[in-house]
Design a protein around this ligand. Sequence first.
Ligand code: HEC
Length: 106
Amino acid sequence: MKRSLSLTALPLTALMLAFGAQAAAPEEAMNKAGCMACHAKDKKMVGPAFKDIAAKYKGQEVIAKLMEKVRKGGAGAFGPVPMAPNGADKINDADLKAAIELILKT
Ligand code: HEC
């Protein structure tokens, strides 16, 4: 039974490695999720620049609120252009939280 044991351990290790790598690179997660099609670090595109988002919410506890906004999409915070909804199929909760923490530090 030694053989089947090591076979089950392998994918688990790979999963842990992949998860660790993702959590360390929110930029990569945002690239994959398509955020960068509408956002850039320091210039306005379809969506506001990350540095403008950081400036708007400076000193506020907004991570949960912004996570919900990115999930559901919507307009009104920066103008009439809405953000499209971004589901968990595009970016998981851990990566989304890391992404928003990064945006707020921009
Ligand atoms: C289709 C274009 C588009 C995509 C894709 C997109 N955004 Fe946005 N985003 C916008 C627009 C437009 C706004 C401004 C919405 C507003 O004025 O309320 C915005 C606003 C935001 C805000 C500020 C929200 C607020 O209420 O102040 C955050 C944070 C954000 N986006 C993060 C993300 C992240 C993270 C992703 C990827 C998972 C993403 N966006 C993908 C267009 C986009």
